[in-house]
Design a binder for this molecule. Structure first.
Ligand SMILES: *[C@@H]1O[C@H](CO)[C@@H](O)[C@H](O)[C@H]1NC(C)=O
Ligand SMILES: *[C@@H]1O[C@H](CO)[C@@H](O)[C@H](O)[C@H]1NC(C)=O
Ligand SMILES: *[C@@H]1O[C@H](CO)[C@@H](O)[C@H](O)[C@H]1NC(C)=O
Ligand SMILES: *[C@@H]1O[C@H](CO)[C@@H](O)[C@H](O)[C@H]1NC(C)=O
Length: 393
């Protein structure tokens, strides 16, 4: 009897906690985006992902393609999409006719019921090794833009690309940031294009890579947004207490060297792996929880960087799911906030990213079986147990 009562009480407490958790969560106004990568063989169907994102109140999603199943599943939702033209399509996209055909096949059919606000042309091309693709990048962006103009869509959809920080020649101190000299010939006209079309410059930023590369030299606190002595930028006297800010300001500085102070920098990817190979220092669930928890708190507080304190950095977290088919070291398959079954990989609430009243803040627990109405299910559970409990008494 005692143990039954305990079980009932336990269930009641659990239900109450889960109710208050989701209630508190909804007070938050989250404005981060998320990368929805699909290099996996075990992901849930897009309709279930729509439920998951809704429970997170995430309303901005970045895809690596223009998957019609996803775009269809999110029709009539509030979710806003960045879709992408993969690197393999770049050669064709230099042909304006093919660019227009692609848009008519992959974009137009989903408008306006699915919100698409950006087309990302190529991923990390300038930071890579394929100089042929580098020389195609601007032309492809221009022909995609021209096609949008033709179709009357250029006012609602921007054309951009995503770059790795490999494109920087110098990033320290941030005010001395420059682009690599060998890339200047590509970057300069691309920046002019951004300026003319009022498109943001997207970068994939991973303080984790710096830490993994030199765990003995790079301070873990500095990369995880934890209290630390930070660094002073001798060029500006600005103080930096985290690497992400320093990296973004280095990009702003590099653009300024090329004559541009008129382009916004946004983060198309950032994240931290929860697991890695033995030689991948720092890839743990604890660190991933701290990094993403503190990142989300920074986003919620709408903090900018030291050089641009009033410009919150628009950020897409990498990534929604662990992706089991990604090649490379183990960390590559473990950036997800969620397992494919919808369970959180780690907690971000216990690590300095708590919501109001210290509640388990940003990511509610979620399982696909109860995807459709968590609260109704919880209340139902609660009532059943209450009735059983009262009858037993
Ligand atoms: C979701 O977030 C938006 C802003 O990002 C906020 O206005 C809205 O109230 C939130 N909705 C819920 C249900 O929390
Ligand atoms: C490029 O265009 C050609 C001709 O239209 C087509 O056959 C080919 O499949 C396209 N390439 C890709 C990667 O889609
Ligand atoms: C940065 O400058 C401040 C104020 O001048 C100083 O107190 C602090 O020790 C400096 N920090 C570092 C890491 O040099
Ligand atoms: C979801 O998947 C993870 C990883 O495989 C597993 O540890 C967890 O128990 C699963 N959760 C549920 C509710 O099945």
């Amino acid at each position: 009897m005692a143990s039954f009562t305990n079980t009932v009480l336990f269930r009641i407490i659990l239900v109450l906690v889960s109710l208050s958790d989701s209630a508190l969560f909804h007070v938050q106004c989250l404005s981060f985006g998320i990368n929805y990568g699909q290099i996996a063989n075990n992901l849930p169907p897009p309709s279930q992902v729509a439920g998951l994102l809704q429970s997170l109140n995430v309303s901005r999603v970045k895809l690596y393609d223009a998957d019609p199943n996803v775009l269809q599943a999110f029709s009539n939702s509030e979710v806003d999409f960045i879709i992408a033209l993969g690197n393999e399509l770049l050669p064709n996209m230099t042909d304006p006719l093919k660019a227009q055909n692609w848009i008519q096949q992959h974009v137009t059919p989903h408008l306006p019921q699915t919100k698409i606000s950006s087309i990302l042309v190529g991923n990390e091309i300038l930071g890579g090794t394929d100089t042929r693709l580098m020389s195609y990048l601007l032309i492809a962006m221009q022909s995609v833009y021209a096609a949008l103009v033709n179709l009357g869509l250029s006012k609602t959809i921007v054309v951009t690309s995503a770059h790795s920080l490999n494109i920087l020649g110098n990033s320290y101190p941030p005010s001395a940031g420059t682009f690599r000299e060998d890339l200047a010939q590509y970057i300069k006209p691309i920046l002019d294009f951004h300026s003319q079309t009022n498109a943001p410059f997207l970068v994939n930023v991973y303080p984790y890579f710096a830490y993994k590369g030199s765990p003995d030299e790079v301070s873990l606190e500095y990369v995880l947004f934890q209290p630390n002595s930070g660094m002073n930028d001798s060029g500006t006297n600005l103080h930096y207490d985290n690497m992400l800010d320093a990296q973004i300001d280095a990009v702003y500085a590099a653009m300024k060297v090329m004559g541009h102070t008129d382009i916004d920098v946004r983060i198309s990817e950032t994240g931290w792996p929860s697991k890695g190979d033995e030689d991948e220092a720092g890839a743990t669930p604890e660190n991933a929880g701290i990094y993403n928890g503190n990142l989300l708190r920074k986003i919620v507080e709408k903090k900018g960087t030291p050089a641009k304190p009033d410009v919150p950095i628009d950020t897409y977290v990498f990534a929604l799911f662990n992706e089991d088919m990604k090649p490379g070291p183990a960390s590559e398959r473990n950036y997800g906030l969620f397992y494919p079954n919808g369970t959180r990989v780690y907690d971000m609430g216990d690590v300095g990213a708590a919501g109001p009243d210290g509640a388990d803040g940003y990511l509610p627990q979620f399982t696909f079986s109860s995807a459709h109405d968590i609260n109704a299910l919880s209340i139902f559970n609660f009532l059943i147990f209450l009735i059983v409990y009262l009858l037993w008494e």
